[in-house]
Design a protein around this ligand. Structure first.
Ligand SMILES: NC(=O)c1ccc[n+]([C@@H]2O[C@H](COP(=O)([O-])OP(=O)(O)OC[C@H]3O[C@@H](n4cnc5c(N)ncnc54)[C@H](OP(=O)(O)O)[C@@H]3O)[C@@H](O)[C@H]2O)c1
Length: 242
């Protein structure tokens, strides 16, 4: 009995430590309101993007969900309107796996909207395949047109979303208890995005890598200006901008 109690106490203590390290979120503290402001959230129909969109709509922003799937996006618009109490939420078609779609999204946006105050490049995926333009899917969608939200999980903070939806069903089932115990929910997971979008006074930190609302150190190769410049130039060329 004593051994069992000791084992339970050790397990509880270990979970406490893991909770503090992996699950506990630092909250976005900004009270900023966004009446009269326009925001784009790419991939705003699911996961962190959807939670972010609800928060921004509650603050009064006009929120544009830039999404690839009309049905999923329209369902999300209804949910967000219901949850936020704002009817300033609209869907615009955008498939980041197609540069043609990116260009026509930009044209439609410029025709229909008079301003853009916040752009949240949130959409991403983790599946194999090729984009319409022949790039590897992850490189094309997550990097070429989406570089703001890091797809890399620096520490063990994978957030409970649909990002791993392409995993084998058995893996999903086996992962469920781990995800439940050790992963943040999307509201906690959206806090860093909200902090970066809303917090006044952090403008000098533009371009830094944030995790849990805090600037993090980058590995040496991610701080290499020559590599960053080369990647930027190659990316511009691949997009047909240079
Ligand atoms: N979850 C994590 O643990 C974690 C950790 C670190 C960073 N992140 C980053 O957080 C961001 C949001 O991820 P999430 O976890 O919320 O994932 P998610 O639940 O899978 O949501 C991803 C969103 O991106 C959209 N998307 C995917 N491919 C697209 C395309 N070609 N064109 C337009 N939209 C597309 C999806 O649309 P559909 O619904 O149509 O597929 C969905 O709305 C990503 O940038 C991810 O890298 C997540």
């Amino acid at each position: 009995m004593d051994v069992l109690l000791l084992a339970l106490a050790v397990a509880a203590a270990l979970y406490g430590v893991m909770y503090l390290v992996c699950v506990r979120a630092t909250w976005c503290k900004s009270k900023r309101t966004l009446h009269g402001k326009t925001v784009i959230v790419t991939g705003g129909n699911a996961g962190i993007g959807k939670t972010t969109a609800v928060d921004l709509a509650r603050r009064g922003a006009r929120v544009i969900l830039a999404c690839r799937n009309k049905q999923r996006a329209e369902a999300a618009v209804c949910d967000i309107i219901k949850e936020s109490g704002s009817n300033q939420v609209v869907y615009m078609q955008l498939d980041l796996a197609s540069l043609q779609s990116v260009r026509s999204f930009a044209e439609t946006f410029l025709k229909q909207e008079s301003r853009l105050d916040i752009l949240i490049n949130n959409a991403a995926l983790h599946i194999h395949g090729r984009t319409e333009d022949g790039f590897g899917m992850i490189f094309g969608v997550n990097h070429i047109v989406e570089i703001n939200m890091s797809p890399s999980i620096k520490t063990v903070r994978a957030i409970r979303t649909e990002l791993a939806r392409s995993s084998l069903p058995i893996i999903k089932i086996l992962n469920r208890p781990i995800i439940f115990l050790f992963f943040k929910d999307p509201v906690a997971g959206a806090q860093t995005t909200l902090h970066c979008a809303l917090q006044e006074g952090i403008e000098p930190l533009s371009g830094c890598y944030f995790d849990n609302c805090t600037v993090m150190d980058l590995k040496a190769n991610a701080r290499d200006d020559a590599t960053a410049k080369k990647l930027w130039e190659i990316s511009e060329r691949f997009c047909g901008l240079a």
